[in-house]
Design a protein around this ligand. Structure first.
Ligand SMILES: *[C@@H]1O[C@H](CO)[C@@H](O)[C@H](O)[C@H]1NC(C)=O
Ligand SMILES: *[C@@H]1O[C@H](CO)[C@@H](O)[C@H](O)[C@H]1NC(C)=O
Ligand SMILES: *[C@@H]1O[C@H](CO)[C@@H](O)[C@H](O)[C@H]1NC(C)=O
Ligand SMILES: *[C@@H]1O[C@H](CO)[C@@H](O)[C@H](O)[C@H]1NC(C)=O
Ligand SMILES: *[C@@H]1O[C@H](CO)[C@@H](O)[C@H](O)[C@H]1NC(C)=O
Ligand SMILES: *[C@@H]1O[C@H](CO)[C@@H](O)[C@H](O)[C@H]1NC(C)=O
Ligand SMILES: *[C@@H]1O[C@H](CO)[C@@H](O)[C@H](O)[C@H]1NC(C)=O
Ligand SMILES: *[C@@H]1O[C@H](CO)[C@@H](O)[C@H](O)[C@H]1NC(C)=O
Length: 629
């Protein structure tokens, strides 16, 4: 179930928290250079997902088409620097032009960091339409002018500058004949410096902190770790640290004191002890005692209040029981058993709302369990709110609530388990995969149907208020399920009173709601419009790696549409090989999205109309298949 906002990032982070570690083997030095874990130069050392090469005493990084020397490694920040391609003699063309520049495999745990400032040189005029800075003032002109190295580029009028690491450039810096023919990259460039004081060109690459090492059997793990199943449910087994120890992905071992990312989680006390120990070191004992006393008191009060509310809530749930949709009430024992007592290796994700665990019920059903943070009122409220909302809905495009548990210190929700991650991860996460246009249309359609159900079939209507790609879960058939109803509202209760603050997520928030706090179904329509843009462009809703004016995807696309260049923002991978008819359906989807983003709410379509329109677009796309057959 509900992997939520920041999941995949958290998936990496949670491993920091999870106990674990193992017999990891650091690779031998390459020449005089140390090879830190998890980088691997051979089949018997490092982590095999992190392959680099040791070639005659120097380290090399292989991209899809090329090989670049590694010039520096910083294990503490999981980064290394490669030396990119040089210019061909007397030409404003880099050596890797014929192999299309740096193209990395997006499935591997490496990406290009945003500390790289990239100069694109010898570009065609099409680049002038790009969001890159290709103006006469652009830094690349100073570079060309100020260095002998790029002397051949002096006569070339078009060059552009940008920071790498955006959604489109974290896996490639492409050069090609129909775009730019050369590039230079500088790490941590201070743009105030004159060109003659710039660092040597380099490109910094980051690796994702490694998970615990794989194991076939216990013998593959060291004495500090135990071979167990990967909570991701992928069948893998890993050496998880024994209790009291934590996986340190930098050292590649089970260590005693790696800071936990979420000291207030469901997993209880070891973290809190560490926190208190830390405090004690820094402050006078008396002061500490006072602080602990006060916070314990407050925490107890919060817990008591939450429990009282819970009891009421529980009665409500039991009483409601309308249409047999009501949730099962689980006992604390059942939940503890199912989550292996909230074992850290069951953690799927954590966020502001609390934590989500993978759990197996006594009858073998795999479920997701969401628990509020202990003593955190806001988180508790969101979880309770979600119970209230989800008990009233039942639609194939909405995540299904199976039950809840109110016996433990914090309220818990039990959902169906949906195993394929979120739409956000599929489009933009480290393990993103290419989603075909047909898939994307289907995802858009089922999401729209789920939301239309909330707006038009639920009684009273429900406004989700946090529609975004990271709240859209995908099952193994890429059916979409809307999740995370923590901020949702029942129409009648909230229409009458004006809430005092607009909640939601930056980049998806209806500007009108932001201005006057009046909540209607059209706020969800706006957010859904942003999701449609993500599907169309494969870009993030907010991306600071785009030009300043274009950080917000909705604003960026609206500008491009005004310039009548809507097709320019469509994900190039979708356009590649698409038929004329398919391109038409992409355009139609673009216009539909822009309609959802209309400034004035009354000009936006309703969710029902949106669902119908997508259905129509799908039927047009299907005609094409018929024709082709
Ligand atoms: C710019 O790129 C084109 C295409 O590869 C090439 O023919 C031309 O020589 C390059 N310009 C310079 C000054 O090298
Ligand atoms: C470079 O890699 C990409 C991606 O694998 C591939 O499509 C392309 O054909 C390669 N180009 C060359 C010249 O090898
Ligand atoms: C990218 O990496 C994945 C995972 O190692 C591998 O299965 C896939 O074949 C690679 N793709 C290419 C084009 O090399
Ligand atoms: C391009 O970069 C230059 C130099 O940093 C800056 O002065 C200029 O405002 C930028 N132009 C745009 C359109 O962002
Ligand atoms: C390049 O240098 C010349 C002389 O050194 C100068 O006149 C010109 O303004 C410079 N152009 C840019 C874009 O910096
Ligand atoms: C690159 O990987 C790092 C480490 O996992 C991650 O924090 C960062 O968000 C990634 N950047 C992009 C643009 O994917
Ligand atoms: C196990 O953990 C302890 C405490 O962190 C450490 O001193 C010891 O070296 C570890 N043993 C192994 C085999 O890593
Ligand atoms: C544990 O903490 C101490 C002091 O903060 C630090 O010097 C040491 O490197 C840490 N050990 C590990 C394995 O992180």
């Amino acid at each position: 179930m509900a992997p939520t906002p920041n999941q995949l990032l958290f998936a990496a982070a949670l491993l920091l928290c999870a106990g674990c570690a193992a017999a990891v083997t650091r690779c031998p030095d390459c020449g005089t250079t140390q090879v830190p874990y998890p980088l691997s130069t051979g089949p018997n050392c490092g982590d095999q997902s992190y392959k680099i090469r040791c070639d005659a005493g120097s380290l090399k990084f292989d991209t899809l088409n090329n090989t670049y020397p590694i010039t520096a490694i910083t294990p503490e920040t999981q980064r290394f620097v490669i030396q990119p391609s040089s210019f061909l003699p007397n030409a404003c063309v880099t050596e890797d032009l014929t192999t299309l520049g740096i193209q990395m495999n997006g499935s591997l745990p490496f990406n290009i960091t945003s500390s790289n400032t990239i100069m694109y040189l010898n570009c065609t005029t099409t680049l002038l339409n790009s969001p890159l800075n290709c103006s006469a003032a652009s830094l690349c002109h100073s570079y060309v002018n100020g260095t002998g190295e790029a002397a051949a580029c002096v006569g070339e009028p078009i060059c552009c500058t940008f920071k790498a690491g955006g959604s489109t450039t974290s896996y490639m810096i492409r050069v090609r004949n129909s775009g730019c023919r050369a590039y230079r990259s500088f790490v941590n460039l201070d743009t105030q410096l004159p060109v003659n004081r710039w660092p040597r060109p380099g490109m910094e690459i980051q690796w994702v902190p490694p998970p615990e090492p794989l194991c076939g059997a216990q013998s593959a793990c060291d004495s500090n770790s135990t071979c167990g199943s990967d909570p991701a449910g992928n069948g893998a087994r890993r050496c998880y640290c024994n209790s009291g120890l934590r996986w340190d992905p930098v050292g590649g071992l089970c260590a005693q004191n790696v800071t936990c990312q979420d000291p207030d989680g469901c997993g209880k006390s070891t973290d809190r002890t560490a926190l208190i120990a830390g405090l004690t070191a820094g402050l006078g004992t008396a002061l500490v005692a006072a602080i602990i006393g006060i916070s314990l008191y407050k925490r107890h009060r919060r817990i008591r209040q939450a429990q009282e509310r819970l009891t009421r809530e529980r009665e409500e749930i039991l009483n409601a029981n309308g249409g047999g949709k009501s949730a099962k009430v689980f006992t604390g024992k059942e939940i503890k058993r199912a989550t292996n007592n909230f074992s850290r290796d069951r953690l799927l994700g954590t966020g502001g709302y609390g934590e989500v665990y993978k759990a197996v019920l006594d009858d073998g059903t795999v479920v997701a369990v969401k628990c509020a943070k202990v003593g955190n009122t806001k988180s508790t409220e969101q979880v309770l709110n979600e119970v209230r909302i989800l008990c009233q809905v039942n639609h194939r495009s909405l995540v299904r609530l199976l039950g809840c548990c109110v016996e433990l210190e914090q309220p818990l929700l039990v959902y169906e388990y949906i195993d394929n991650g979120t739409l956000f991860e599929r489009l933009n996460g480290p393990n993103r995969v290419y989603l075909s246009w047909n898939h994307r249309l289907r995802i858009a359609h089922s999401t729209a149907e789920g939301l239309a159900y909330l707006h038009f079939s639920a009684v009273p209507p429900i406004y989700h208020r946090d529609v975004k790609s990271s709240n859209i879960l995908l099952d193994e058939k890429s059916n979409a399920k809307v999740s995370d109803f923590g901020l949702s509202r029942l129409a009648h209760t909230d229409l009458s009173h004006v809430s005092t603050c607009a909640q939601g997520t930056l980049g998806y928030l209806d500007p009108e709601y932001y201005r006057n706090y009046q909540l209607t179904d059209k706020s969800d329509v706006y957010s859904f419009g942003v999701v449609l843009l993500e599907l169309l462009t494969s870009q993030k809703a907010i991306d600071f790696n785009r030009e300043a004016d274009d950080v917000n995807l909705a604003v960026y696309v609206q500008r491009v549409v005004e310039e009548e260049r809507i097709m320019d923002v469509v994900d190039p991978a979708l356009k590649e090989g698409a038929s004329a008819l398919e391109l038409e359906t992409m355009k139609a989807m673009g216009f539909l999205a822009v309609g959802c983003l209309e400034e004035r709410r009354q000009n936006r379509p309703s969710m029902k109309e949106v669902a119908e329109e997508i259905d129509y677009i799908i039927s047009v796309a299907a005609t094409k298949e018929e024709v082709e057959k």
